[in-house]
Every structure is written in structure tokens, then in C-alpha cells.
Design a protein around this ligand. Sequence first.
Ligand code: ZN
Length: 135
Amino acid sequence: MKEILRIRTTKRTSIVNITPYIREILKRSGVREGLCLVYVPHTTASVFINEGADPDVLKDIVYTLEKLIPWEDPSYEHAEGNSAAHIKSAIIGNSRIVPISEGNLLLGTWESVFLAEFDGPRERKVVVKIFPDVD
Ligand code: ZN
């Protein structure tokens, strides 16, 4: 099964914890064992998994990305002016796969799944596809 989340971001850089929405989709699917693909079909956005307990971790990730990949750089050539967002998206990647076990996402205790948008605010689609194990 496949569902599409629509997430509205609020700032140029927004990181949204989408784990609760993915868990709802998984619950509705009834799948007990398998894989869950989370994919974002946008060139300035990413999906990643990291600490969901302490929001300071996300602040530090955003801070470091901004430091490494500044918004302004006279050497950027892309005319739209959002090269930094494309670069961050490309480096982090646009999908993750999470194992499903006993009807739950097999995330670590402190892990959550995040949508990152680097050229917002925008409304973004996130594709969540559940692959049941085939016996
Ligand atoms: Zn662009």
C-alpha cells in the first residue's frame, strides 16, 4: 500500500518529525513484517532518521548545514538562487527505508523520521509505501 502525506513547512529551513504520521499509515495497513519506504519527490527536500528526543540535535544539524553550505555563494551558477537547498537535499538524500517488525517501525529508542525542507515555506508531499514480507 502507498499513501501520500502533505506537510506544510513554515520557514526556509524546516525539519518536521513525520514519525507519528508514518506509524498511523503502518497501523492502517495491518502489515506486521516488512519494509517501509519514506520518499520525498522534491529537489530541495530530504528525508532522514536521527534523534527525536532532544530538539537541540536538530538545531545543531541545521546550524552545521548552514555553516558548510551557505545560502549565498558567488560561485553558485543555478539561476533560481536556491543552490544551497539543492545541495543539502542531494547530500542527505530523498528517501529512507525502515524495517517493520511485529507491526511497528523498527526504529531505535531515540530515533525519529524527519522531513527536511531547505527552500520553504512550501507544501511538500511525502510518499510512504509499505512492502509486506512475501513468504
Ligand atoms: Zn532550484
